[in-house]
Design a protein around this ligand. Structure first.
Ligand code: FAD
Length: 475
């Protein structure tokens, strides 16, 4: 107890008393976004500079205190939540929120880790550039969290995930040293790529305090189309046609099961599907986005050709091509509301999986059937970034299931789904990471040599094991 008080006093002396939160004040940081994980921390510490982050980590290293980096706390794997020992320090990066500089000649920007993704997109836009990372949590998630989870989202098809969007990093190591790696270079072959090691490491190797990000030309116009489809095979055929017909202009291809959109309009009555009759009740929908360097009219014309041909070929049953930016936003809003409707509808079991597109139909149809056989009545909530082979293959309790019946079957459901993902050459985590959620099942699906190398990297960079312990790797 006295020891805890000493640690708290030392933390207060480092960042200021107002930036060290304990007790009830710390609660929002101790629970994850899905309210699935709850822990108890010694304190939430909110440094304001990279040097303060380094000083806090040095202090924790000396005292042997675990450090849990946290950005916007929107992660979906319990990666930013402490255990319940009350020993960990949650290190919130939220106050490191400056856009340090934008270099339009080099097409780069330097931003601090606590910058909210939306404010980075906005700053890039104001400089006449595009920072393309886009996901439904963009109003709350931070660049540091995006890097630590190697976030994906809706534009990966064209621009890649966060790894492809970062050129340099500034990192506080597990020893509390500050690595100044903010290089804005597209080419740099000077040894091991430490940047790529920290990206996607979920705070288990060090703390990202800033990054140099890659910018892209701002498209002149964007156009969105919502397509009604009768099967997942049709969605895959449409993806092939859209890629061939639109090339690099195709910036998004999202797949949504009809049930997901029905849930959205039920939970949020102000939203509606832009179809009437049978088209409003199809098993699948695809949302396509085209970015064009000429004009909205040109974008629309290009869409009309590709979608028109697909309708003639019987691949697409009905389509709405947005006539205005407002309509495009409304269509995207439907897609982005799916996770929110899912949360409103109660607990679900989530699988963020990656599948080779060529085996997607086999995976979905086979897994749907196997789940129904094992757990009759279970509901499938399937959506995702089909263009990247990334599905959010989620399941919810059946209409007549009691509360708690789903979670009682959770481990068996995970195993069934993940085994099938593995069998078709997929990955059990496409973009959300491992965190606590998938830590214990990781060795079942990963090559043993790969697992051993990961443990050795962790031991080399964080020999005391203080950086986000219990996440990604067990023990
Ligand atoms: P946090 O949740 O705070 O942390 C996530 C992990 O990163 C933790 O392990 C934490 O310890 C670590 N971390 C955080 N900051 C740092 C740092 N500065 N240095 C080192 N480690 C750090 N994700 C996608 O990829 N694609 C999607 O489409 C997507 N959609 C989402 C939709 C909704 C509605 C929600 C709630 C989440 C969604 N996510 C998605 C998941 C989440 O938004 C991302 O994982 C995001 O990148 C997390 O950022 P954050 O700042 O909230 O990180």
């Amino acid at each position: 107890m006295t020891e805890d008080m000493d640690h708290l006093d030392a933390l207060r002396a480092t960042v200021g008393a107002a930036q060290v939160l304990t007790g009830a004040d710390a609660l929002p940081w101790e629970t994850d976004w899905r309210e699935r994980y709850r822990g108890r921390a010694l304190a939430v510490v909110r440094p304001g500079t990279a040097d303060e982050v380094a000083a806090v980590v040095r202090l924790c290293a000396q005292a042997g205190l675990p450090v849990i980096p946290q950005g916007g706390n929107t992660g979906l794997c319990g990666g930013a939540t402490p255990d319940d020992s009350g020993r960990a320090v949650i290190l919130s990066l939220q106050r490191l929120n400056r856009i340090r500089s934008i270099d339009t000649d080099n097409d780069t920007m330097e931003v601090e880790a606590g910058c909210i993704l939306q404010s980075v997109q906005q700053a890039a836009r104001e400089a006449g550039r595009l920072f393309p990372l886009s996901l439904a949590a963009e109003g709350s998630c931070t660049i540091g969290g995006n890097l630590a989870t190697n976030a994906g989202g809706t534009q990966v098809l064209r621009y890649g995930n966060m790894r492809e969007l970062a050129l340099g990093l500034e990192v506080v190591t597990a020893q509390g040293d500050l690595w100044h790696g903010l290089r804005g270079l597209r080419k740099d072959n000077t040894g091991y790529d430490l940047r790529d090691l920290y990206i996607g490491s979920e705070g288990t190797l060090g703390i990202i305090t800033a990054a140099t990000l890659k910018l892209h030309p701002l498209p002149v116009a964007r156009c969105t189309a919502l397509l009604a489809l009768d099967s997942i095979e049709s969605a895959i055929a449409m993806l092939g046609r859209a890629r061939a017909g639109l090339g690099a202009s195709l910036t998004g291809f999202e797949l949504m099961a009809g049930d997901c959109l029905q849930d959205v309009v039920r939970c949020f009555p102000q939203q509606r599907l832009p179809f009437e009759g049978p088209s409003a009740d199809m098993p699948w929908y695809a949302l396509l986005e085209l970015s064009d360097s000429e004009s909205e009219a040109h974008a629309r014309e290009r869409f009309e050709v590709v979608v028109g041909e697909a309708i003639e070929a019987g691949i697409v049953l009905d389509a709405v091509i947005a006539e205005s930016m407002a309509q495009s936003h409304a269509l995207w809003h439907l897609r982005e509301s799916i996770p929110l409707a899912e949360k409103e509808s109660g607990k679900s079991i989530k699988h963020d999986v990656s599948i080779p597109v060529s085996r997607m139909a086999e995976f979905v149809l086979g897994t749907n059937a196997a789940l129904q056989a094992a757990f009759p009545g279970i509901r499938h909530v399937i959506f995702g970034h089909l263009g990247d082979g990334n599905l959010h293959y989620n399941v919810a309790r059946g209409a007549d299931w009691a509360e708690g019946q789903l979670l009682a079957r959770q481990d068996a459901v995970y195993e069934l789904v993940h085994d099938r993902v593995h069998a078709v050459g997929g990955s059990i985590s496409a973009e959300h990471g491992v965190g606590q959620l998938k830590r214990d099942v990781l060795p079942r699906y990963k090559d043993p040599v790969e697992m051993a190398l990961m443990h050795r990297i962790k031991a080399a960079l964080d020999p005391q094991g203080i950086m986000n312990p219990g996440k990604v790797l067990a023990g």
